[in-house]
Design a binder for this molecule. Sequence first.
Ligand code: DUC
Ligand code: ZN
Ligand code: ZN
Length: 491
Amino acid sequence: MADFDLVIRQGTVVTAASKMKCDVGIADGQIVALGRNLGEGRQEIDATDLLVLPGGVEAHCHIEQRSAFGLMTADDFESATISAAFGGNTTVIPFAAQHKGDSLREVVKDYHARASSKSVIDYGYHLIVSDPRPEVLGQELPALIRDGFTSFKVYMTYEMLRLDDRQMLDVLYTARSEGALVMVHAENHEMIRWLTDKLVDANRVEPKFHAISHSRTAESEATHRAIMLSRLVDTPMLIVHVSTEEATAEIRRAQSEGFKIYGETCPQYLFLTAEDLDRHGMEGAKFCCSPPPRDASAQEAIWRGIQNGTFQVVSSDHAPYSYDEHGKLYAGPNPPFTKIANGVPGIELRLPLLFSEGVGKGRIDIHKFVEVTSTNAARLYGLFPRKGTIAIGADADLALWDVNCEREVRYADLHDRAGYSPYEGKQLKGWPVTVINRGRVVVSDGELHVGKGSGQFLPRETSEFATPTGRLQPELDPDRNFGVEILSRAE
Ligand code: DUC
Ligand code: ZN
Ligand code: ZN
């Protein structure tokens, strides 16, 4: 009788902290042995010359999500998770998005019904809180956090989603009491609106003006303000999809002062620029996302932020809208930038892009790659050590990488339904060739081997990254404010 369900032989096993040539023994979906010359497996994979990495944890993606004005993303849970798997991921954490008036509980039920019958890899959800009315903050949100939805996103811009500062403080305070991690889309709404109105009045409406309306200053101001709100109530916060040097500096400063501020960036801020929004005709619409891509010097600053640890995670922010009347061009063939669906696809290329341009070109080492694409997301969002590493007892979530495989990006080879890739034609070296989730071979030899609905829902723990620092601002510290307790003390 075989000792294991599956043995991966002779690969170079890499985690965020270690590298070792060994076999991986898997039983009942978990890693049960790491070592040389392991006994027999019912199934065996020869990984000589391959890297064996933890499967990617894609922690920022929009899947089968309806926007506030009714537009559906091109991918559903089936196509998005297949695409994610071909890109080396074994877990996705998309959003269950509340719109105004919605019950959060109902929103989660709705996403569950769709995801559970379609996902091919494991999944959880962050919530999006856009309507923090008393019963949502008082009952629904705390109950959902306790049920394993331990992170949620809030927006400082987008008319239908945004919270004002007071509402931000209310949700931060709820997160603080429940130990949830708050993710923030930080852009100054009024600056964007004012610039947009000026541009539209002057008939400057081509896609490239999207990047001007979403100015860098709007991002850095909101990032600064979000951090100050977080500091006031001593609630940790993660600033998502950071695109500028200035916002990166705001985050780094807060971190260096000891505040629990985390940062995320995305491939679009490393590999695209505002020039892409100026491609001929309406092609620029394909690159409209918020925040928008900036310029070469911002790209350098973002790389530095990954290298020096300002950013804990690199996520795709996959927001796939087809380049037609069902997506990007929902308002007609020649819409003003104000009516172009925001978002770029990228769930399948996040890891190959970062591997090729980061590890391959010597900007980051392989451990940093694993850290920012898998381990840190698992840690931040309460999945570690079940996910995000290769260790005895962890889920057998692995991606086997051929570091010498060179391929040009062609949309035709991808598995999402956006209909285009912003990275078309890019030459990449290093691709995942076999992807394993809980011991199941999901992808190998360019083929999908599992059925829809075989991914598992992941309730998540609260994480230590979300616990308050205990450092109260002087005016909120009872010892220094006439003894009045405003915030409960961190344990
Ligand atoms: N911006 C977001 O905030 N979300 C999805 C896509 C985008 O461009
Ligand atoms: Zn966002
Ligand atoms: Zn997003």
